[in-house]
Each structure stands twice: as C-alpha cells, then as structure tokens.
Design a protein around this ligand. Structure first.
Ligand code: PBG
Length: 333
C-alpha cells in the first residue's frame, strides 16, 4: 500500500512509544484512603480484600509504608461505634474523637504527609445519612451545613491540610470556607466532592464503616441518598456544581465515582482551570479484586491501566484503594 502516514511507525519500539506517550502515572498523583477504628487490632474488610479498619497504631504503620512508596496524601474515614452515633451526628465535632486523634498522631509521626479529611455526617449518624434527617424523613440542608462547619474546624485544628466535604449539601463549600477563615485556618484547603453521584458503587465502603442508611428510630428514613447526591443520568448538572464550588472557594474539584464517570472528569477538566480529582471508589476496587482472585484478569495490568485512564480523561489526582500497590508496581517498572 502507498500510505503517506503510518501511525504504527511511532508504536514500533518501547523507546519510540515512551517518547510520544501523553500521560504518566506517578505515586505523587495518589491520595490513599484509609479506614480507622477504636479497636486494638487491624480488621479485614470482607468486600475490600487488602483493606483494613486500622487501629491507631496500625494506621501509623500503614502511613509509614505509604510514605516509603512515595505517596504524599492520605484521606481518613472513621468507623464509629454505634453508641456514639446520634441523629445530629454531634460526635463529628468532638475535639477528642477518633479522627482528630488520628490526625494529631499522624502529624507527630509523619509530619510531611498531607492529610485530607471527609466532612459528612454518615459515619456519625444513627440514620446513616450525610445530613440530619427530619421527623418527616427529609435530609435538612442548612441545619446540616452548620454542623459540617464545626466538623471542618475541628479537623483543621487537629492539623488537617485538606478538608473534603462529601455530603453534597448546597452551599457547604462557601460556609466551610468562611468558618475555616474565621478560625484562622485560611491556609487549609478544600477538596470538594463536586460531582458526587448517587451510586451503587459505594456499597463496600458502607460495609466498611457500617454507615448505610437505616431506620433506627420511628421516623421514615430515605433508603438512598438521591435527594442530595446527583442523578447518574445527568451530565450538565456537574457543570453547575463545579461553577458553584469554584465560586464558593473550592481549591480542588472531585468527580465520584470515577470509572463510569470519565466523561464527567473530561467535562470538568475543560470547564475549570483548578485541579481535578477522581475517586476510584470501593465498588470499582471490589470488582477488580474479585475478578483477580478468580484469575480472570491480570490485577497489576488492569489497575495501572485504569489509573492511567483517569489521567487521560483529565484527572490530576486519583483517590484509590490501589494506591500502595500501584506505587509499588510503578517503582518495580
Ligand atoms: C460519605 C462517603 C461515601 C464515600 C466517601 N465518603 C459513601 C456515601 O456517600 O454513601 C464512598 C467512597 C467509596 O465508595 O469508596 N459521605
């Protein structure tokens, strides 16, 4: 054939392929999510093989391992004892609660590691919702935001570097920004869960924290989070959320889940000049682990391909339970 252009020329050798490669993965792109509980031992999580609910000691050790692999940011999620859960989730702003203690401990032992926190009521709510549920079964917006501001300030005071509101209440980014500034935490950033969808992919996470919506008192409890998390059918709405979060002072915009929402990552990349984060969520992790356990896929290859594709779609940062494994594989080459 007489072809003037043959794309295969640049695919012919590893050296040529490396020269024209558009995107790279690096351990510095990762934020590593970690679960912590009050117990003295590290408990496996059935639906998330390889992840644990860490004791405080175990957490310190795991963060040390992540640091040695080049990971520079972790996000912490608490498994809160049932006895500390309430309708308004007030334990979330207890200065001596599990998360503030974990942050202080990590800042002592690993001062260079950036710490991100999650702001929402679900781990602390006896109803399993991210906000306060009224007697009529409505998740209340403004009342919830007031509590989230107190939670964020307590996390900042303990030493958090990045506050991550995952609750999807309207106006929470601006309110948290104002509360942080008032308390002298203008240097603490906000990584907003900007386009967070009402997704079935969060199942294993809710098992890890025992945080799924549930009826404990007499009132009606919505069985899902679709009155505040976004409808998976919607794309344009992510632009609106991004505009609002930017105008309210978010430093980083996140899309969640990641894999089925690469188009949303791409849209936000073109909508905003701010860093975009992708959350490779628990259900995505569980599917890869389950198939790998059966020998149906090559775990290393699938994980590295998936994480790279988040970057190709436009993400600068990736939250992933695979972070440590991926960092190790990248190092091994
Ligand atoms: C809670 C929260 C959730 C996740 C992160 N923060 C669950 C939810 O909204 O129900 C999910 C993370 C994952 O599935 O990996 N606000």
């Amino acid at each position: 054939m007489e072809l003037s252009y043959r794309p295969r020329r640049l695919r012919r050798t590893p050296a040529l392929r490396a020269m024209v490669r558009e995107h790279q993965l690096s351990a510095a792109d990762f934020i590593y999510p970690l679960f912590v509980h009050e117990g003295a031992s590290n408990e496996p999580i059935a639906a998330m093989p390889g992840c644990r609910r860490w004791s405080l000691e175990g957490l310190v050790e795991e963060v040390g391992r992540a640091w040695d692999l080049g990971i520079r940011c972790v996000v912490l999620f608490p498994k809160v004892a049932d006895g500390l859960k309430s309708e308004d989730g007030a334990e979330c702003f207890n200065e001596h609660g599990l998360i503030p203690r974990a942050i202080r401990r990590l800042k002592d032992t690993h001062p260079g590691m950036a710490i991100m926190t999650d702001v929402a009521l679900d781990p602390y709510s006896c109803d399993g919702h991210d906000g306060i549920v009224s007697a009529e079964g409505v998740v209340l917006n403004d009342e919830t935001v007031a509590i989230l501001c107190r939670q964020a300030v307590v996390q900042a005071r303990a030493g958090a570097d990045l506050i991550g509101p995952s609750d999807m209440m309207d106006g929470r980014v601006g309110a948290i920004r104002e509360a942080l500034d008032e308390e002298g935490f203008e240097h603490v950033g906000i990584i907003s869960y900007t386009a967070k969808y009402s997704s079935a992919y969060y199942g294993p996470f809710r098992e890890a924290l025992d945080s799924a919506p549930r009826a404990s008192s007499g009132k009606p409890i919505p069985g899902d989070k679709s009155t505040y998390q976004m409808d998976p059918a919607n794309s344009r709405e992510s632009i609106l959320e991004a505009q609002l979060d930017e105008s309210e002072g978010a430093d980083i915009l996140m899309v969640k889940p990641g894999l089925a929402y690469l188009d949303i990552i791409y849209r936000l990349r073109h909508q905003s000049e701010q860093p975009i984060a992708a959350y490779n969520v628990s259900g995505e992790y569980a599917m890869v682990k389950a198939a790998a356990e059966r020998g149906w896929i090559d775990e290393k290859a699938v994980v590295l391909e998936t994480l790279l594709c988040f970057k190709r779609a436009g993400a600068d940062l990736i939250l992933s339970y695979h972070a440590c494994d991926a960092a190790r594989w990248l190092r091994e080459g």
